[in-house]
Design a protein around this ligand. Structure first.
Ligand code: HEM
Length: 154
């Protein structure tokens, strides 16, 4: 595993990212931008599911935010992978980084479960969907905190 991670760090693109004065901060800023869009769309979507903003049409509002969250997550995944590649061996050995990845997997599984249940597009009436929405808020917010802690625990 170590040789594989060391190989990632030696890729031409990764070495260029490390060597450039501007590239790493730009990728970092794009990561933060993606995270901001992701957390905003997830919070608005989950609050709507939990009964807030009732004047807004449920199906259209959720569909817009779901697409926004998906695009934002793709951005976070791409930029996060680039940030990771620069110090792959170090991050892979950090419990807080591994905790963040586990939380992302749990939040992703929660999101897919919600998508399966919400197929009809009708407004849900409590029950499992409420639990999924609360879990989603807790998990994505925990990912945010874990991400920020990486910089302080290394
Ligand atoms: C999907 C795959 C992701 C990977 C591989 C990844 C990886 C990383 C890495 C390597 C860093 C730099 C840590 C450091 O040295 O300070 C970072 C920063 C961060 N990440 Fe991610 N990340 C991902 C997704 C996310 C998501 C979904 C969130 C939030 C919901 C998030 C939140 C953060 C935060 C808050 C920071 C600190 C930014 C800063 O203050 O400079 N990450 N991420």
């Amino acid at each position: 595993m170590d040789w594989y991670l060391a190989g990632i760090e030696q890729l031409t693109l990764v070495r260029a990212l490390k060597a450039s004065f501007v590239a790493y901060p730009i990728v970092n800023a794009l990561h933060i931008m993606s995270i901001g869009a992701l957390l905003t769309s997830v919070w608005l979507m989950d609050l709507r599911i939990l009964g807030a903003f009732r004047s807004l049409p449920y199906a259209a509002f959720i569909a817009l935010l779901r697409r926004t969250a998906f695009a934002a997550f793709t951005g976070a995944l791409l930029t996060g992978s680039l940030l990771f590649s620069v110090r792959a061996r170090e991050y892979a050995a950090m419990p807080i980084f591994l905790a963040k990845m586990t939380l992302i997997l749990l939040a992703g599984a929660n999101f897919l479960t919600f998508m399966r249940r919400a197929k009809g597009g009708a407004e849900p009436a409590g029950g499992t969907v409420t639990i999924l929405a609360v879990l989603s808020l807790v998990l994505w917010t925990s990912v945010l905190f874990a991400g920020r802690f990486i910089g302080f625990l290394n």
